[in-house]
Design a protein around this ligand. Structure first.
Ligand code: CU
Length: 313
């Protein structure tokens, strides 16, 4: 019990979620008190043998009263739904200026990678007061990225990207847990999120060993996996150009339009026959089994580095 009340409220989302929870508890408690109050008072007043007046309903209970009461409660519940749903939906889309961190989950650890290439295992260092966007995927089974102090929980799935974001409001070290049963050592799949001052974070980041950043790794894969044979701008093969692709709307040959986001780029590598770009032949082979999730993250980062139409909105 004590642990619940001792849980830190360490992100903007935590403040939002706690506000909704408090409001729901208060509304529920008031409703409960009203219903039980009436129940008990009526039971006493109209008990068998009491002298209370029985018969017709009092004047106040009329049609307008019923309509008003029903409408008022309807709008109250519609408001509660909108309020809670907008907080959940808002947790999915990060602000455009968010720091980007890639998360790779596997049995049984969390691997995180910062934009400059710095890597961590079961740890994540972030600055306070800045939105951090997490782009996550799993190497094996379903995991779930759960930070109780931030009130965020997002499933991490094999074969696709999921996203969430947070903005830490307190300095300190917070638990990172896996909230989806993922095998024998599920309960041991935990990490730490360290929230630091902006300048401490910058110092920490520059002290990390120079990892190749994702886009760099992706550029090497682009050549070694043979992508450049068709997709390089100098190639003679008729294949879609990748410059400026990221974030753009793509016209497909079957008339659909899709946005070239992480999911589209991933699908195009693994299931290239699914979304054929208008004006091109379905000649690309699938890279399923040839690229692992880390490779796909790197290639996606490389494609994004080739130019972007507009930010993540
Ligand atoms: Cu897990």
């Amino acid at each position: 019990m004590n642990a619940i009340f001792a849980l830190p409220e360490a992100s903007t989302q935590a403040v939002r979620v706690d506000g909704i929870l408090a409001a729901l508890v208060i509304v529920s408690a008031l409703t409960l008190a009203l219903v039980f109050g009436l129940l008990v008072s009526f039971a006493i007043r109209y008990r068998r043998g009491s002298k209370a007046k029985r018969g017709r309903l009092p004047e106040i209970v009329n049609r307008e009263f019923e309509v008003g009461w029903t409408a008022a409660t309807f709008f109250l519940f519609a408001f509660l739904f909108w309020w809670a749903a907008s907080a959940d939906v808002g947790a999915l889309t990060a602000p455009a200026n968010a720091l980007e961190v890639h998360v790779l989950a596997k049995q049984w650890m969390w691997k995180t990678q910062h934009a400059n290439g710095a890597r961590e295992i079961d740890e994540l260092h972030v600055p306070v007061g800045r939105p951090v966007r997490l782009v996550m995927t799993s190497q094996d089974v379903i995991h779930s990225f759960f930070v109780p102090a931030f009130r965020i929980k997002q499933d991490v799935l094999p074969g696709r990207n999921t996203e969430t974001w947070f903005q830490a409001t307190k300095l300190g070290v917070f638990h990172l847990l896996c909230a989806e049963y993922c095998g024998t050592n599920h309960s041991a799949m935990r990490g730490r999120i360290t929230v630091m001052r902006e300048e401490d974070y910058a110092r920490w980041l520059s002290a990390q060993p120079e990892g190749d950043d994702l886009a760099h790794v992706g550029a090497k894969l682009f050549v070694s996996q043979g992508c450049s044979g068709c997709h390089a701008s100098s190639s003679a093969v008729h294949a879609p150009k990748l410059e400026g692709l990221y974030g753009r709307t793509v016209q497909l040959s079957d008339g659909r339009q899709v946005r070239a986001d992480d999911a589209y780029i991933r699908d195009s590598m693994l299931q290239p026959k699914r979304d054929i770009v208008a004006g091109f032949d379905p000649i690309m082979p699938s890279f399923a089994g040839l690229l692992d999730d880390g490779d796909i993250q790197s290639l996606t980062a490389f494609i994004r580095s080739l130019g972007q139409e507009h930010g993540h909105d």
